[in-house]
Design a protein around this ligand. Structure first.
Ligand code: DHB
Ligand code: FE
Length: 260
């Protein structure tokens, strides 16, 4: 059966592709190199890696598609990129637990409150969090090197909407750049680094899912995230706390960093 939506999409892509070809006037060799690039991109794939998604990410298409599909009222937490390193089945912890199992990095206490758009607390929301370790790798990139589920965990908001957990300060890290997309970035003089961040998926019954990050404000790649994921509202303060009493209350070393 004919697919009118597909006809529309194919028409638009063809028009824009022709316009691009007319603009750059490629040689046969250049066009063949482009086809070869796409072929190689399709060949790299593992349980956590899909090179076409990476391509979509570095071209800013992933963020654009997300923006089109998740227009939220002002005041709502915006989405940002999911990335390829999310895994299901992370351990569910009680609030206050430490997700950093390899004890590297700057101890950080993250606390916050899940609320609806009017500011009413949402109890029983699930927060699924994940980040790289202090060497800039996710656990799934270093199986056998990092403990399984290092820096991943599920938390549940309390009756007042609050949640809190211990982690370490995220650092910037490169997206996988040993494949065709990495080569492409290098060829156009682009770096592969993501601005330092902590991933969140927040879900609560009756509400839209939020896929987002918290960014550190002092990362050198803040203004030039390789996948265009940074949004102003998502940049948090990482406050230095020197307070033995508060540290003891949360089981943190003193001093520590606080994000809220
Ligand atoms: C992330 C990693 C990527 O390689 C990518 O393309 C997009 C996002 C990430 O984990 O944040
Ligand atoms: Fe990430």
């Amino acid at each position: 059966a004919a697919n009118p939506r597909l006809r529309e999409v194919l028409g638009a892509i063809t028009r824009h592709l022709h316009a691009a070809v007319k603009e750059v006037e490629p040689t046969h060799e250049e066009w063949f190199a482009a086809i070869e690039f796409l072929t190689k991109t399709g060949q790299i794939c593992s349980d956590w890696r899909q090179e076409y998604i990476l391509l979509s990410d570095v071209l800013g298409v992933t963020m654009l598609v997300d923006a089109i599909n998740h227009r939220r009222p002002s005041g709502a937490t915006p989405n940002t990129i999911l990335g390829p390193f999310y895994v299901e089945g992370a351990p569910r912890y009680a609030n206050g637990a430490n997700i950093c199992l390899d004890h590297k990095g700057l101890p950080t206490l993250v606390r916050g409150r899940v609320s609806d758009i009017e500011g009413n607390p949402i109890a029983g929301a699930t927060l699924d969090v994940w980040q790289t370790n202090d060497d800039g790798f996710y656990d799934v990139q270093q199986k056998g090197v990092q403990p399984d589920y290092n820096l991943r965990g599920l938390f549940t908001s309390e009756a007042d909407g609050r949640y809190w957990f211990q982690t370490v300060k995220p650092r910037f890290y490169p997206i996988p750049y040993d494949g065709p997309v990495g080569k492409l970035l290098k060829a156009v003089d682009r770096h592969p680094n993501r601005a330092a961040h902590l991933h969140f998926i927040v879900e609560a019954q009756g509400f839209q899912q939020v896929i987002t990050h918290i960014f550190t404000p002092d990362c050198p790649y803040m203004q030039q995230d390789a996948v265009f994921g940074v949004k102003r509202e998502l940049v948090a303060e990482f406050q230095e706390i020197d307070d033995p009493q508060m540290a003891a209350e949360y089981g943190m070393p003193n001093p520590f960093l606080l994000v809220e």
